[in-house]
Design a protein around this ligand. Structure first.
Ligand code: IMP
Ligand code: MG
Length: 177
C-alpha cells in the first residue's frame, strides 16, 4: 500500500478545486485530453468535482508492452478528440515517469492550435522526468517504484484496485521473479 483510497479521494478533491479555480468564468471552459488507459479512474473522479464547462477527449498511448516495467518509447495508438483549436486544453495522465508519453501528447495537442495547454498528473516519479516536459498539477510525488491500482496497470492488470500499491515482485524491471 502506497496511497490509500481515502488519501486519493482527498487529493483529487483538492486538485479539482485548484483546477476549477484556474478556469472558472472562462466562457470556453476546458477540454480534457485524457491519456488512455491509465488515467480513466483519475479523470472520472476529477471531472465529477469540476463544476465548470467541460468537454472530454481521449488519446491512447502505449509505452509498456506486456509484462515489463521498462518503458520502450511511447506511441500514439488511437485519437478520439474534439477540435482543440482555440480551446483551453488540460491533458490528464496517470503518472509522469520518463516523460516520453507526455512529450508526445503535448506535441500533438500543441500542433492542434489550442488557446492554452496545461497538464495534470496524479503521480510523478522522483527525479526522472526531463525539464522540457512541463506539468502544472501534480497529485503526489512518489519514489521511483513501479505502482499499480487506481487505473495503473502491470501487464494489463490491477487497474481496479481502489488504492495505489507498489508492485513488490518486480525485480530488475524485467517482470515478476
Ligand atoms: P513515461 O512515458 O515514461 O513518462 O511513462 C508514462 C506512462 O507509463 C504512464 O502513462 C503510465 O501508463 C505508464 N507508467 C509509468 N510508470 C508506471 C508505473 O509505475 N506503473 C504503471 N504504469 C506506469
Ligand atoms: Mg499511460
Amino acid at each position: 500500500m502506497l496511497i490509500t483510497a481515502e488519501a486519493l479521494r482527498k487529493r483529487v478533491e483538492s486538485m479539482a478545486t485548484e483546477i476549477a479555480g484556474a478556469y472558472e468564468g472562462d466562457p470556453d471552459g476546458i477540454t480534457l485530453v485524457t491519456v488512455l488507459a491509465g488515467a480513466i479512474i483519475f479523470v472520472s473522479d476529477l471531472i465529477r468535482r469540476l463544476p465548470i464547462k467541460l468537454r472530454i477527449g481521449l488519446i491512447g498511448v502505449s509505452s509498456y508492452a506486456g509484462a515489463t516495467t521498462v518503458s520502450r518509447g511511447a506511441r500514439i495508438e488511437s485519437i478520439i478528440l474534439p477540435d482543440l483549436r482555440n480551446r483551453n486544453v488540460l491533458i490528464v495522465d496517470d503518472i509522469l515517469d520518463t516523460g516520453g508519453t507526455l512529450r508526445l501528447v503535448q506535441a500533438h495537442v500543441r500542433s492542434a492550435g489550442p488557446s492554452s495547454m496545461r497538464t495534470a498528473v496524479l503521480l510523478r516519479k522522483a527525479g526522472k522526468a526531463p525539464a522540457d516536459v512541463e506539468v502544472d498539477y501534480v497529485g503526489f510525488d512518489i519514489e521511483d517504484v513501479f505502482v499499480v491500482g487506481y487505473g495503473l496497470d502491470y501487464d494489463g492488470l490491477h487497474r481496479n484496485l481502489p488504492h495505489i500499491a507498489v508492485l513488490e515482485s518486480v525485480h530488475n524491471g524485467i517482470g515478476p521473479v
